[in-house]
Design a binder for this molecule. Sequence first.
Ligand code: CA
Length: 360
Amino acid sequence: MQRRAFLKGAGAGLGLAAAAVSPAAFANGPNVRWRLASSFPKSLDIIYGAAESLSSRLNAITGGKFQVRVHAGGELVPGLQVLDAVQNGSVECGHSASYYYVGKNMAFAFDCTLPFGLTARQQHAWMVAGGGLELLRELFAQYNIVQFPGGNTGAQMGGWFRREIRSLADLKGLKMRIPGIGGQIMARLGAVPQTLAGGDIYPSLERGAIDAAEWVGPYDDEKLGFHKIAKNYYYPGWWEGGPQLSFYVNAGQWKNLPPAYQAAFEAACAEANAAMLARYDAGNPPALMRLLKQGVKLRAYPKDVLMAARKASFELYEEEARKNPTFARVYRNWKTFLDMENQWFKVAESPYANFLHYAK
Ligand code: CA
């Protein structure tokens, strides 16, 4: 009882301290009203929800002084043009996946993911404590943007296939919905990658225009219903082992914010960043169980596919590094970090996790 009373007293003390500090920091500050352009539809509720989480926490922390209105992909600007909109200031901020912009510079992929790259844990470590954030901010500064980590889906699934893939040879001529660098690697392995928006995948798979499609993981894939047509559900999504989403802020707008507003924004981003992975880790297992009950077959990518895809990926990075100095600069740091992380993770994390996964 005494302990409970003490804790209650301590909590009240903290509350008082916060109350004494935070409203004063914002009470005399300006009313800031921003618009956020998301790249994502509301149906991807966990990813889209990160921007809503940022908005509601910012509102709470600042006592309503700093409000951000979230707009779904396409409402203000097309989903794949969020970076451009933040860069030119037509919106103050955005939420996107930086690998959408590899056409501008392939180095943008490091702010999201590359095939056989960092896991979600490792990406977070690189951004927070490995120098990744600082390196990438140099790239984003050239585009008039300050960026913040804005969530991670964790390792994605490797897609839905109408037919089983028994070896590398089965990929020859296979038409698969897989965008970005993952698609480029699939092409090097003989497949025919297609870029299709979320809503176009199911009809294409249904009428046989494509043989396979990747999306995210069980939680999101279940809603699009791919399992009704293609029963072979492959893992892992080696092109997205820990894809990070990002919040973008126009550099001029960021500079004009009072320091307390900047701190509030940064804290709200960090919270949204952590919550996304938690929501996926909690939502994916029951969704996978429901899919398996409907006859879905879980299948691992054959080893020769993984080996060939990994080789093709690092060949592509080395080629890009030879012609793109920005890519080379980030890549060297990232690759050293990736190799070090994997030396460590194979000692403690992976054996521990593997033991738990298979212990009976
Ligand atoms: Ca994906």
